[in-house]
Write a protein that binds this ligand. Sequence first.
Ligand SMILES: [Mg+2]
Length: 231
Amino acid sequence: MAAQLHPSTRAVFFDAVGTLLFPNPSALVVYADVARTMGMELSSGEVRTRFLTAFRKQEAADRVTGWVTSEERERERWRVIVHETLQGVPNPDACFAELYDHFAKPTAWQVCPHAAAVLKELNTRGLVVGMGSNYDARLWSVLDGFPELAPLRDRTVVSAAVGFRKPAAEFFREVTRVAGCVPGEILFAGDDIDNDYQGATAAGLNAVLLDDQHREPGITNRITSLRELVG
Ligand SMILES: [Mg+2]
């Protein structure tokens, strides 16, 4: 669906986690493994339920504060999520330290197999490319392991550094500033309907939802692979 790129598109920005970068093994497996090394057995279903509950609680807390964030806030978010997900483990702080460090390493992640080709093609077409992520400073050490994503480095916007996270308008204002064009000339591609798609759209950017699981059939601007951006 090459129609995602309008003639007026001058920049394409990508979400990081779930769009270009994927935890491998999955976060749920890693959490369960860490719990096991500390002597607690948790089923994958249990980890999933606890994780999602804890994660959503933090999303709701951020909504109340107008999506303000910082490195400290992000660290605290993950500390609470780990504590709540692994509730009952004897030493939750040690689990948190291990998990926090784990996800800072490139070896914890895999890159979208089409990333290099898609970025090259966008570059060939003269488009500015960048990244807009709700991750934190750990994104930089992760990116060190992925030369495929090097074209995005100079225009990578990280919420913890901006002070606001997606879906805040302030975050997308910073994306727009970094892109060096007006909002309507930017296409934002991401896998989260609220943070990426709705957030970018509300800020006047164009958005495309990466929806490989077909969860949001009602969304018009939807792709199931990043290849469709240049297909
Ligand atoms: Mg994402």
